[in-house]
Design a protein around this ligand. Structure first.
Ligand code: BGC
Length: 824
């Protein structure tokens, strides 16, 4: 072989990455460790390095702007995915996100959110999967695997002990080592060890006294025990010091200004941070760049598999996650041929909440409401009459796009003009929506004010409340008269309050149906904005009505219908980011509405449109209750599929559903003296409920794992077999579909350890699987229970030898089929 034909010796990729990192100057290295802007890292063209674009996440991919013209697929929120108990669905969900990311030029999705449902008051509960670490860990790993199979990075977040929102930047979560390992870290573990996540996001909070971005937990277990070789990205503004560079924190976001940059350069120069530490961080960032295909000379980690139908996956997830908790006398599914009049009731039936608020927000092209979904599926001769029944949405709502008109371009929407200091136009754009957000992109250089102009066509005669929501100096002109010229002040001082819940100023206008109201707002940009976030909302408040009359009208509608479908739910002021919930009540007079409708028509079906548990005092007085979560853009179509029996509700509760707030064993989300103490230890979720019940306390309304389909299953005696040396056990369970139609069984395996020398939960989930069986057919399902399911943490993973009970059932409080296994 000649020298020319001899292949180049293969230098392992890691060594090449390290050489490349070392070839950079210290300035170049440090410049890579803080974002170039709000959503991306710095490019270094000299070495063939492009920028890495990161984007929220976790239930859609927004991209680098909040621009409704660049729409995104909106998938159901994570609590719906949690309720699917399906790794297949989670993997497809992840693949669709990866596909969306590629379409939008995004290299890393900021998700999944895998904090646990510790308290149902947690504001971002909707964004997380479950109260159980095993269910969470499996789903999270499948999601990560799905995203990364498309060549896009996933960033499990928020590492760690970030289960609440109150004082989220400063709170110290005080968690003992055992619950930290067995619950909160366990939920993250498989996403790193099995799915090999390319990023992890550190959280805002402190854990046992040290803020996450400086915490040793980034080192152990994440990097050492779990072998994480990806990038630890901070939560946005979560790096608080140069000290974080001495921890395993790699990337500070957002940029370009942060706590690193020049300060970090100085710290390296005077020896407070070693150059090696910096080089290692750069290696990890280059490795991520190589994986996502923005580093020349390196093969990206994955190809581009075939296109998936994102809307179909959104609809499938909504169906598979919807949990039917009550179905008296088989009222569901409805038989379309037997219907002539259907009453559809509830504000959320018409204006569904399809996603939770906060950074998870994406801007889909459409949202299908339950009312639309039902109308499109019901036969044409069925009369569908809608009643709002009770007002739910509070404050200004975006104008419906069909009602606003751009007075300059003559097209639907809003005219936006960017103005310089002299008030002259720099540039303009035609926008479609009346809620506009600029976060790090889209405002041209030299802009000192932004003008919004629109003409609203009034849908119904009467007095309407319109206005503006924003933070800062703004002038609002309605029909040529200046009605407001002042500052709107954010009293919360929470990053993003402008986005999530801006202060508002409203005015009444009286108009005939079809009348025109012209609105012009001029927003003056603050001179020294540290975070480039501007949000302006023009809109109308949902009309007020006499509450008693609204309920009476809905009752009259229900009384004359064959079935009343009531959609109840929460609003944006309740489940979002930056704050926790105050209680678990449905807002407004919705409970009264359901009671009244159910009294008028026993064939009342309630669909609950919330991201997390709500109290349902009427639950035993209605015919059926379907928990639909925040079901994504196809929510209404999925609800219609389920109610009419086109699809079976596939969900099982990923979190215990309480009957009353006072019953909930773990509630606290509010720090005391800066600390949020996880005093319940390992007894979270159903573990806490079971312990409470054992002491004579209340049970939840519906237990963890519970949910009905349209058929029934009987489980037989399980056989427990060792899976191999130290690999846990395999549980084989005979399952029979004893009902009238094909359906999906979710088989759950719990362990318990009577007479243990160690404090333990009453029982704990160890494994699960699902199977679809035809009516009358039987099969055996295998559930794998890994060895770690038998272990507990006490200074290290320990195994208490002896006999464990293996409990097989359909939920955590089922009449179990039991077996025993001896662990050596
Ligand atoms: C949230 C993160 C999100 C980030 C970027 C933060 O405030 O906690 O979940 O990914 O903002 O939007």
């Amino acid at each position: 072989m000649t020298a020319a034909s001899r292949p180049e010796p293969q230098i392992p990729t890691d060594a090449r990455l390290r050489d490349l990192a070392r070839s950079l100057s210290l300035e170049q290295q440090v410049s890579l460790l803080t974002g170039a802007d709000v959503w991306s890292t710095r490019a270094i063209p000299e070495i063939g390095l492009g920028r890495i674009v990161l984007s929220d996440g976790p239930s859609g991919v927004r991209g680098e702007d909040f621009d409704e013209r660049h729409d995104s697929l909106s998938l159901p929120s994570s609590s719906a995915l949690g309720a699917s108990w399906s790794l297949d669905v989670a993997r497809r969900y992840g693949r669709v996100l990866g596909q969306e990311a590629r379409r939008k030029g995004v290299h890393a999705v900021l998700g999944p959110t895998i904090n646990l449902h510790r308290s149902p008051l947690g504001g971002r509960h909707f964004e997380a999967f479950s109260e159980d670490p095993v269910l969470t860990a499996r789903l999270a790993a499948a999601y990560v695997d799905g995203v990364q199979s498309m060549g896009v990075g996933a960033a499990p977040k928020h590492y760690i002990a970030n289960e609440a929102e109150t004082d989220r930047f400063t709170v110290d979560s005080v968690v003992a080592e055992r619950p930290l390992r067995e619950l909160y870290l366990a939920a993250f573990e498989e996403a790193v060890t099995e799915a090999k996540a390319w990023l992890v996001m550190s959280s805002y909070n402190s854990i046992n006294g040290t803020t996450a971005s400086e915490n040793k937990l980034l080192e152990t277990p994440l990097s050492t025990d779990w072998g994480f070789d990806g990038v630890v990205v901070s939560d946005w503004t979560g790096v608080r010091s140069v000290e974080a560079a001495n921890a395993h924190q790699d990337l500070e976001m957002p940029g370009p200004v942060g706590h690193w940059g020049a300060a970090l350069l100085a710290a390296v120069e005077d020896g407070r941070v070693s150059r090696d530490k910096i080089t290692e961080k750069v290696v990890r960032i280059l490795r991520l760049a190589a994986r996502v295909g923005v580093l020349d000379g390196f093969e990206p980690a994955a190809g581009h598999p075939d296109a998936l139908d994102g809307a179909a996956v959104a609809r499938e997830t909504a169906v598979r996650g919807a949990v039917l908790v009550r179905n008296e006398n088989g009222i569901l599914p409805l038989e379309p041929a037997a219907l002539s009049r259907v009453a559809v009731i509830g504000h959320n039936a018409e204006q569904a909440r399809t996603q939770g608020g906060g950074s998870a927000t994406v801007l889909p092209r459409h949202n299908i409401s339950p009312l639309e979904g039902l109308r499109s599926v019901l036969p044409a001769d069925v009369v569908v009459r809608y009643s709002r029944g009770a007002k739910v949405a509070e404050g200004l709502q975006e104008f419906p796009r069909g009602e606003i008109h751009n007075p300059v371009s003559g097209v639907p929407g809003i005219r936006v003009t960017f103005l310089d200091a002299a008030g002259a136009g720099i540039s303009g754009e035609d926008r479609l929506a009346s809620r506009l957000i600029w976060f790090g992109a889209g405002i041209p250089e030299g802009t000192s004010a932004i003008r919004l102009e629109t003409v609203w066509t009034v849908p119904a005669a009467g007095v309407h409340t319109v206005g503006i929501g924003t933070v800062g100096q703004v002038r609002l002109t309605i029909d040529g008269a200046d009605v407001f010229d002042d500052e709107l002040i954010d009293s919360t001082n929470v990053l993003g309050a402008a986005l999530f819940a801006p202060p508002q100023k409203t005015f009444n206008v009286t108009a005939a149906a079809g009348g025109k109201v012209s609105l012009t707002a001029v927003y003056r940009l603050p001179p020294n904005q540290t975070i480039p976030l501007t949000a302006i909302l023009l809109g109308e408040e949902a009309a007020a009505a006499d509450p008693a009359a609204e309920i009476a009208e809905a009752v009259e509608n229900a009384r004359s219908a064959d079935v009343a479908i009531v959609v109840v739910g929460t609003n944006a002021a309740i489940e979002s980011e930056g704050f926790d919930r105050e209680n678990l009540d449905l807002p407004g007079r919705q409970n009264e509405l359901v009671e009244a409708v159910a009294a008028a028509n026993p064939r009342t079906v309630v669909v609950v449109n919330s991201g997390s548990p709500v109290i349902m005092p009427w639950r035993e007085k209605v015919g059926a209750v379907l928990l639909g979560w925040f079901g994504g853009q196809e929510f209404g179509a999925a609800v219609a599929d389920i109610l009419l029996g086109i699809a079976e509700p596939g969900g099982r509760l990923p979190t215990s559903w309480p009957a009353a707030l006072a019953d909930v064993p773990v509630l606290n989300t509010t720090p005391v003296d800066g600390q949020l103490v996880y005093g319940e230890g390992i007894h979270v979720g159903y573990r806490a409920w079971l312990r409470q019940q054992a002491a004579g306390g209340s049970a939840p309304a519906y237990p963890f794992g519970f949910g009905q389909g349209y058929t029934s299953f009987v489980l037989g005696q399980p056989a427990v077999l060792p899976s191999g040396q130290g690999a846990g056990v395999s549980v084989s369970v005979p399952v029979t579909n004893t009902g009238p139609r094909a359906g999906r069984a979710v088989v759950q395996v719990y362990l318990s350890r009577p007479d243990s020398a160690v404090e333990r939960p009453v029982r704990w989930l160890a494994g699960f699987t699902d199977a679809v069986l035809d009516a009358g057919s039987s099969g055996n399902v295998e559930v794998q229970v890994p060895a770690c399911a038998f272990a507990h943490y006490d200074g290290g993973w320990q195994q208490e030898p002896g006999v464990f009970k293996v409990l097989v059932g359909r939920h955590v409080e089922d009449d179990f089929q039991a077996a025993e296994v001896e662990i050596g």
